[in-house]
Design a protein around this ligand. Structure first.
Ligand SMILES: [Zn+2]
Length: 284
């Protein structure tokens, strides 16, 4: 049997943009998308009762939810107040995710600020640790921190760094979130199935088949410079191409969730799903 992969938009579909999270979930179900990422990229501002209600809708409609933490996080900032603020952003996103029944929460770890990866690593470990401790204190269970593969070369979070974080904390606490467009922009331009298989092999070598069986990833087109990401593009840009990635999933038997971060969120999430279904021969 071909692996089960769910697709969904990053945030509330543009068609119902002003109608709130629950409306976003209904919309996904209506058009046949099985996932949605709730965006807290500009701050966490959902009230407990509303958040729980949206989670209830997602459970009923069987739409798998994840969250995206605020952009302002820098877990390796030089100033202590910025570290504390980052922990706050992450823990409040985790709290909302807990109410929603969502996981993982996707995080941009931070910036090197002219230091080496090794210099930042100690601080990054400490900050993730503090977030996990605080989540435990608040009894936030079942929410995994998703370390995203970041798009700028100045940002902590290349493929090796996010695999290392998941190794250090264990997959039940921290998992890698591969953003293929970001990889394309900062590490190596993706063209063939072999290019994608090489990424999957690195993940599997580092984290075992468990990581492969339940991945969470981002996909979109991307415009970039030698510094990395500039901005996201529709998937029709074919930069990077999606079909070879779908072929590599079929070949490896991987399953998980694909969140579409193209400017045409729901339209492109459906387009990706269509390609996957065709390649995998699925009819679900
Ligand atoms: Zn992101």
């Amino acid at each position: 049997m071909a692996p089960k992969i769910l697709f969904g938009p990053a945030g509330i579909a543009t068609a119902v943009a002003d109608e709130g999270t629950a409306a976003g979930v209904f919309y996904c179900r209506e058009v046949g998308l099985g996932a949605m990422e709730v965006e807290f990229v500009h701050g966490v501002n959902m009230k407990e009762d509303k958040t729980k209600a949206a989670g209830e809708v997602a459970r009923k409609e069987q739409v798998r939810l994840s969250c995206h933490a605020p952009y302002y996080i820098n877990m390796c900032a030089k100033e202590k107040p910025k570290i504390y603020a980052s922990i706050n952003y992450i823990v409040s996103t985790a709290q909302a995710a807990f109410w929603l029944g969502a996981s993982p929460i996707v995080i941009h770890t931070g910036f090197y600020m002219e230091r080496t990866s090794a210099e930042c690593k100690k601080l990054v470990y400490e900050t993730y640790e503090k977030c996990l401790d605080e989540m435990e204190k608040r009894k936030i269970g079942g929410v995994v921190l998703g370390a995203e593969l970041t798009g700028k070369k100045s940002a902590y979070g290349d493929l090796d760094e996010i695999i290392d974080l998941a190794q250090h904390f264990g997959l039940k606490s921290v998992m890698p979130v591969i953003d293929y467009a970001h990889f394309h922009a900062r590490e190596k331009q993706l063209k063939t199935k072999e290019d994608y298989l090489a990424i999957l092999e690195r993940v599997e070598r580092g984290l075992g088949s468990e990581a492969a069986k339940n991945f969470h990833c981002h996909f979109s087109g991307i415009e970039f410079t030698d510094k990395g990401e500039r901005n996201h593009l529709p998937v029709a840009s074919n930069s990077p191409p999606f079909a070879p990635l779908a072929e590599s999933w079929k070949e490896n038997g991987w399953s998980g969730t694909v969140i579409c971060e193209s400017p045409l969120v729901e339209k492109d999430a459906l387009a990706l799903q269509k390609v996957w279904r065709k390649i995998s021969g699925l009819s679900y």
